[in-house]
Design a protein. Structure first.
Length: 290
């Protein structure tokens, strides 16, 4: 019997759920703020003395963060030509990315190559072709949970870096709200696209075991999950669906598991402030040197 292919790229209701989460959580704003604070210096180091700059986004989704980072790169090196390659398996999210490019004037100068496929397939194609395109800056933002082979993927994308390049992996923080939720309820939650939950602890451990040089930056972030505790709230229900990666949180788990998850979310993954329950959604950016 053929092995079942694990669907990790966002399609169907998953796309709406993710978009709802982004609108509600402010996660992109936190990542973009980090990019504005930390990346200009990094990009200056990466691009120093280069006559062209090549960027690879892996699992870029709708490209909202990519667009900001490419704009920062253009500002750091206004006269250096930039290219962008994107490896993303979701058709609907890639369509959104293309629409965003079309309405962003400064990006018209950048040639984009979209590889609409999983990172594993890209790796197979590149290895079969033999003459891999190399990059100055490669990023994998909130997608490393989905790759089949963590060490193999990091090793492969690291091998595509040019001199002075950086591979940036942004992932949920060790001991943050996501880590506590997904590790505590691993048996119930790790049953779909994510079968082995990874936070920054596992990624850093892997980077170290590969002997790579890296730096870590914490991206502090929290968002209001108070509505998750109102049984009649549509916002709460949709947030719970995304946070537990289910189509329907209510129908997916027994009353005991639901109650346990809610209790954990409130008491271990969040802080209470001004009558609000603020979930610790902090992330970590791991910048790996070429
Ligand atoms: C949580 S979203 C993050 C999207 C984007 N980086 C952001 O921060 O908005 C995860 C993305 O990874 C993509 N993805 C999942 N598995 C993938 C794989 N094996 N190769 C490439 N992309 C993948 C999904 O389709 C989705 O767009």
């Amino acid at each position: 019997m053929a092995a079942e292919v694990k669907q990790t790229c966002y399609e169907g209701s998953c796309v709406q759920s993710f978009q709802f989460y982004l609108e509600h959580s402010g996660e992109h704003q936190a990542i973009v703020q980090f990019a504005h604070d930390i990346l200009p210096g990094e990009l200056k180091r990466i691009g120093a003395g280069k006559s062209s700059l090549d960027v690879l986004g892996v699992g870029s989704g709708g490209g909202q963060v990519d667009v900001q980072m490419l704009t920062l790169l253009q500002s750091a090196f206004p006269s250096v030509p930039v290219t962008a390659d994107i490896v993303e398996g979701s058709g609907p999210l890639t369509d959104g990315f293309k629409a965003l490019i079309a309405k962003t004037p400064n990006l018209q100068k950048i040639p984009f190559s979209f590889h609409i496929m999983k990172s594993e397939e890209y790796e197979t194609q590149v290895k079969a072709k033999g003459d891999a395109k190399k990059f100055d800056f490669i990023h994998m933002i909130q997608m490393i949970y989905y790759v089949e082979d963590l060490a193999g993927s990091i090793k492969f994308f690291h091998s595509l870096l040019k001199a002075n390049g950086r591979l940036m992996i942004i992932v949920e923080a060790a001991n943050g709200g996501w880590d506590i939720l997904w590790k505590t309820y691993a048996k119930e939650l790790c049953t779909g696209a994510i079968t082995d939950y990874r936070s920054s602890a596992q990624v850093v451990e892997c980077v170290k075991s590969l002997g790579l040089k890296y730096e870590e930056h914490v991206i502090s972030h929290s968002f209001d999950i108070s509505e998750c505790f109102s049984p009649s709230s549509d916002t709460g229900a949709r947030l719970l669906n995304f946070m537990t990666a289910q189509e329907n949180f209510q129908q997916s788990f027994s009353p005991e598991v639901r109650a346990g998850i809610l209790e954990l979310l409130k008491n271990k993954c969040s802080v209470q402030k001004d009558d609000k329950i603020l979930f610790n959604g902090s992330l970590v950016a791991i910048l790996i040197h070429a």
